[in-house]
Write a new protein. Structure first.
Length: 511
């Protein structure tokens, strides 16, 4: 059962690039009327003025996403139309997935759009493909960061104490490098010398704070901040990335002998880090429901008399004492669902999905209003430039025309750059890419947690667990698979082999 929407926020956006766009006031008026019809309580409003739907350029939009995590005061976001929320289905999929994890739904005041199985499938697939194909981009980014480190360039973040960051002008672009800061570098030397003389960490911290020294973040020193300094190879001129060292690439503050002596002392007092328990992920969360009371089933764990930890799903109705649904072992039901998802991926189904997703992406790309507006603007600018050149050839006011010609060319360059940026952000998926992705899903290692999560997120709409059957509703045309007698026989057989497959409501295995 989906969470009931009670409190909502409104989001409105006005783009300066569209002259005939619905005003903020009109958007909000429509959204408020929609909320009144549906008995939603408005608890906040987020407005981005004179910005396009480029997500990274919308401060109020990003604040709204952050507030959905931190404040958790709203269950829904109401927009005038979905194009106010995101510029295409790709962006929509990414942000709606983030919001969904935070228990927030996006609602359109003007469009009668429901989360039908087909729509969910397409958005889930795009989200999965974004993650899959972003691996290639990630590799490119990593290569650039590695090259930066190799040449002594600064990759960003907080620079180490004792250094300052300076711009380096290259032929066509800028990079940044570390230079020794004459004000803070002596503090670093003092820290290393004190530690080399076996001064304990607590005394060094007290000394630094008593002097009023601050870390690069402007805070007082602590053991952890001191430990990072004492281990940092940058102080001997070694840049590094991804566990690979690049010696003599940045200016050194500490000589190698002093650094090595400190490392020996650090190693002597090194303590074993605490062992953290691996967090168990429940991949059917928000998908699995009790067939009896229709309450959601959520993950939890229990410990047997032997001390073994068991992971399982429990009905929220049991917690509320309105249901007596037995709990079920986590891995058991997850494997059943994942295997059924794999069975969906026939060649015929893969081709059907690929054609549908491709057609939608192409249609949305062709209907992109911002790109059309930019292309129209470019045509006008070309015409303006052409007319100015004709006027120049006719001997009219040369200085004035040259000045206007320069302005128009600069304006054209700016608009063309914006157009290229927008085109790069279109969902340009080919049918071959989609087919390849789905085929990879079909052939992947079924034991991979990441793979299982992706399968479930893309294909499963919801699951109902009854006493005598398991019903799985997929996102492919609302197709449903019901496992009854065969499932019961399988459960009975496995229950005899492993009684921990089912648990009582206290989380203890049935005997």
């Amino acid at each position: 059962m989906e969470k009931e929407i009670v409190n909502v926020v409104l989001y409105a956006r006005f783009s300066s690039s569209k002259q005939n766009e619905t005003s903020i006031e009109a958007q909000l008026k429509e959204c408020k009327a929609y909320c009144k019809r549906n008995n939603y309580t408005i608890v906040g409003t987020y407005i981005d003025k004179a910005v396009s739907a480029r997500s990274d350029k919308r401060p109020q939009f990003q604040k709204m996403i952050a507030d959905s995590i931190n404040n958790k005061k709203f269950d829904g976001i109401v927009v005038y139309q979905l194009d106010r929320f995101a510029r295409n289905r790709y962006d929509s999929a990414i942000y709606k997935a983030k919001l969904k994890k935070n228990g927030v739904k996006v609602l359109s005041a003007k469009e009668n759009i429901t989360d039908d199985a087909s729509g969910i499938l397409i958005e889930s697939l795009l989200e999965g493909m974004a993650e899959y194909y972003s691996a290639e981009l990630s590799q490119k980014v990593k290569r650039n960061l590695k090259l930066n480190s190799e040449h002594g360039y600064f990759n960003g973040g907080y620079h180490p104490l004792g250094y300052k960051v300076v711009d380096v002008d290259l032929d066509t672009y800028k990079k940044r490098k570390l230079e020794i800061d004459p004000i803070t570098a002596p503090i670093v030397k003092e820290i290393f010398e004190m530690r080399a003389n076996d001064t304990n960490i607590e005394d060094i911290v007290d000394y630094l704070n008593s002097k009023g020294y601050k870390t690069v973040r402007g805070k007082e020193f602590k053991k952890t901040s001191l430990d990072r300094i004492l281990r940092n190879k940058k102080y001997i001129g070694t840049n590094f990335y991804n566990d690979k060292d690049f010696p003599n690439t940045i200016p050194a503050i500490i000589d190698i002998q002093l650094f090595n002596k400190v490392q020996e002392i650090v190693a002597k007092y090194k303590y074993a880090p605490s062992v953290s328990k691996a967090k168990e992920e429940y991949i059917l969360t928000t998908k699995l429901f009790c067939g009896k009371c229709k309450e959601m089933m959520t993950g939890t764990c229990g410990t047997s008399q032997t001390g073994k930890i068991y992971y399982y799903y429990i009905c929220n109705g049991v917690k509320k004492k309105i249901c007596k649904r037995k709990t079920i072992q986590k891995h058991y039901i997850e494997d059943i669902v994942v295997n059924k998802c794999r069975e969906l991926l026939t060649n015929k189904t893969i081709n059907t999905i690929a054609n549908k997703v491709y057609d939608i992406c192409q249609n949305e790309n062709s209907q992109n209003a911002l790109i059309k507006a930019l292309e129209s603007q470019i045509k006008k600018l070309h015409k303006n430039i052409e007319n100015l050149i004709i006027a120049l050839e006719n001997g009219q006011n040369v200085d004035l025309i040259n000045e206007r010609l320069t302005q128009k060319r600069m304006e054209l360059n700016k608009v063309e750059t914006q157009l290229e940026e927008e085109k790069l952000k279109l969902v340009n998926l080919t049918k071959e890419q989609i087919i390849f992705f789905l085929t990879e899903l079909k052939n992947k290692n079924a034991n991979s947690l990441k793979y299982k999560k992706m399968l479930v997120n893309i294909f499963v709409n919801r699951i109902y667990l009854y006493d005598d059957k398991l019903e799985i509703i997929f996102n492919i045309g609302e197709s449903t698979v019901t496992l009854n007698e065969d499932l019961l026989k399988e459960i009975d057989t496995n229950l005899k082999k492993d009684p921990s497959l089912f648990f009582n409501k206290l989380g203890q295995p049935y005997k």
